[in-house]
Design a protein around this ligand. Structure first.
Ligand code: FE2
Ligand code: FE2
Length: 188
C-alpha cells in the first residue's frame, strides 16, 4: 500500500516565487505573452482535476450501492484508463521537453522543477497502485460482490490520494511555469 508520508504537503521554497510576485495569477489572462499553448496546458490540468474527482465519486456511488456493478465497471474502465494514460503522457512530456525548456530559459527555478519532477515519480507509484486496485475491482465486479466492494474501497482510497497529490502539484507547477513563460515570452 502506498506510503502517505511520500505526499509532499509543503509549498515550494519562497525563492521560487520571485516571478510569481511580478506576474500574479490574476494578471495572466490580460498579459499579451499568455498564449494559447499555455492556456491548453492549464486546461489539461483542469481535466485531470475533474477526472480524478469523478473516479473518486464513482467509487463512492458504488460503495453506497447507488451505482450498479455493470455501470460502475464501465465508468471505472473508461475514466480510470483516461486518467492514468493521460497523466503518464503529460508527465513524460513535462519531464523531457517542457521542464528542460523552462530551465534553459531561466535556471533560477531549477530547484522548483526538481521538486515537481519528484512529484511525478511519487504520482507514478500511486497510479500503479491505483491501476492494480482498479484491475482487481473490474475482475471481481463479475465474480464476487464482497471482494469487489473491498477492492472498490482501495480504488477510492487511491483516487483520494491522487486528488490530494494533484491539488498540491498542479497549483505549484502552474505558479512556477506560467510566470517564467510570460517573463521570457516562451511557447509563443
Ligand atoms: Fe506535472
Ligand atoms: Fe502538468
Amino acid at each position: 500500500m502506498f506510503d502517505q508520508t511520500l505526499l509532499r504537503q509543503a509549498p515550494l521554497p519562497d525563492e521560487m516565487r520571485i516571478l510569481l510576485d511580478k506576474y500574479p495569477r490574476e494578471a495572466w489572462d490580460e498579459h499579451p505573452n499568455f498564449k494559447q499553448a499555455t492556456k491548453n496546458w492549464l486546461s489539461a490540468h483542469q481535466m485531470f482535476r475533474a477526472l480524478s474527482s469523478s473516479v473518486r465519486k464513482d467509487a463512492e456511488l458504488y460503495l453506497d450501492r447507488q451505482l450498479k456493478p455493470g455501470d460502475y465497471a464501465a465508468r471505472l474502465s473508461y475514466r480510470g484508463n483516461a486518467l492514468v494514460g493521460n497523466l503518464h503522457g503529460h508527465h513524460h512530456w513535462e519531464d523531457n521537453s517542457y521542464f528542460p525548456e523552462l530551465s534553459a530559459a531561466d535556471p533560477r527555478f531549477d530547484i522548483g522543477l526538481k521538486i515537481l519532477e519528484s512529484d511525478h515519480r511519487v504520482l507514478n507509484r500511486v497510479l500503479n497502485d491505483f491501476t492494480e486496485a482498479a484491475m482487481r475491482t473490474l475482475e471481481y465486479l463479475h465474480l464476487s460482490k464482497e471482494a469487489a466492494l473491498i477492492e472498490a474501497g482501495n480504488v477510492h482510497s487511491m483516487a483520494l490520494t491522487i486528488e490530494k497529490l494533484l491539488a498540491r502539484h498542479l497549483v505549484d507547477e502552474e505558479e512556477l511555469a506560467v510566470p517564467i513563460i510570460i517573463h521570457h515570452k516562451l511557447r509563443d
